[in-house]
Design a protein around this ligand. Structure first.
Ligand SMILES: *Cc1c(COP(=O)(O)O)cnc(C)c1O
Length: 396
């Protein structure tokens, strides 16, 4: 039978390739860092990782992971509620709750699972989920797994959100769901206004802090800190795979009864393996580092401001970023690919995005800054941007 199916896949794959949408992997042979080494021995500066706090190769995390393996073993061979919970899992859940000023936390293998398992246990067909149109794929999938009615509002558009809240007034419960930082523009969800509307129209509030925790807010604690919304957000989800060390792991943190119910009914928690000790040990060390000092976050903010100001001065069209994501607007899809390829030749890794990842005519280069970037890295990247920008007639 495979022959016919093979032909079908080959056709689809070549259509993907012809549309220029085929995803190629780049083989890195060094740890993830500001500077990486490729298979052919060449080096590149990395401006497309989610390594916001530069912790992905942090020696303290590596040591903590090693020590956790020595004291608590390699794997758990169990889901949490059967025999997969160690003292460390509870400690990490507590550390995350302290970080977000919440009552309790539940760990998952990834934030994809946290979002996949958050709606279905809490809401039914009588309820409504009101979701930002640019929310992450895992939120969209999580909503699909739940029978609640679905409403979508235009990205960060409070008038549209209010309309949708009015439409959903006949439902039993309503929940507003948003990413904290949207990964394409780097804009921040207006949490204070979202919480105001939630109070006015009696809705719960959930925010996915994957790109915002560790990044936005005065000390990097995310959108609740930035908008002073502590106590007004019912559910936070997040990842250990971006700012918080960059390995794997996700979490949902929030009100006690909500987390309790997830422990009873959330399917990715009930039916998927427990996080291994090395991840949990390094996770605990991550939050210890962040409690000790704000140096990493301070450096990230400094780097973002430096890069953005120099790029604007060079004449680039930069989306007004409020995070560690900086969108350099080119508008033309073909140009965005050519630009990213030319940057790679200069030894700078950035990503070109175009339709359907971003709206038509909104093609761009996305730059992700990190606390790991030194000033010389930023200068090299800016220099390359100016060189390529002039060559491709983007700037004068
Ligand atoms: C990256 C990301 C996720 C997925 O996180 P993982 O832990 O890698 O599964 C979920 N939501 C948002 C908003 C993200 O940016």
């Amino acid at each position: 039978m495979y022959g016919k199916f093979q032909k079908h896949l080959q056709d689809e794959l070549s259509a993907i390739e012809q549309a220029g949408l085929y995803k190629h992997e780049r083989n890195i042979v060094s740890p993830q860092s500001a500077e990486i080494t490729l298979e052919d021995g060449s080096k590149a500066l990395n401006f497309c990782a989610n390594n916001y706090l530069g912790l992905a190769d942090n020696p303290r995390l590596i040591k903590a992971a090693e020590q956790a393996m020595l004291s608590h073993g390699y794997g758990m061979s169990s889901v949490r509620f059967i025999c997969g919970t160690q003292d460390m899992h509870k400690e990490l859940e507590k550390a995350i709750a302290e970080y977000f000023h919440t009552e309790d936390t539940i760990l998952y293998a990834a934030c994809f699972d946290a979002n996949g398992g958050v709606f279905e246990p809490l809401l039914t067909a009588e309820d409504a989920i009101i979701s930002d149109s640019l929310n992450h794929a895992s939120i969209i999938d999580g909503v699909r797994l739940c029978k609640a009615q679905r409403f979508r509002y235009a990205n960060a558009d409070m008038a549209d959100l209010e309309e949708k809240l009015k439409e959903a007034q006949s439902c039993r419960f309503r929940i507003i769901v948003t990413d904290g930082v949207f990964s394409m523009d780097g804009n921040v969800a207006p949490m204070d206004k979202i919480c105001d509307l939630a109070e006015k129209y009696e809705a719960l509030v959930m925010v996915d802090e994957s790109h915002s925790a560790g990044v936005v807010g005065k000390t990097g604690h995310g959108v609740a800190e930035q908008f002073d919304c502590y106590g007004r957000i019912d559910i936070f989800t997040g990842t250990l795979g971006k700012a918080f060390g960059g390995a794997v792991g996700g979490f949902t943190t929030g009100r006690k009864e909500i987390i309790d119910m997830l422990r009873q009914r959330s399917r990715p928690y009930l039916f998927s393996n427990s996080l291994p000790p090395m991840i949990v040990g390094a996770g605990l060390e991550t939050f210890k580092i962040l409690r000790e000092s704000n140096a990493l976050h301070d450096r990230l903010v400094e780097n973002v401001n430096y890069f953005r100001d120099k790029m604007i001065a060079a004449g680039f069209d930069i989306k007004p970023t409020q995070s560690a994501i900086c969108a350099v607007m080119l508008y033309d899809a073909f140009l965005s690919q050519k630009f990213a390829a030319a940057m790679a030749e200069e030894g700078i890794f950035v990503t070109g995005f175009y339709y359907p990842v971003v709206p038509k005519g909104q093609a761009r280069i996305r730059v992700q800054l990190s606390a790991a970037h030194k000033k010389e890295h930023l200068d090299k990247a800016i220099e390359a941007f100016i060189k390529v920008g002039k060559k491709l007639d983007v700037i004068k």
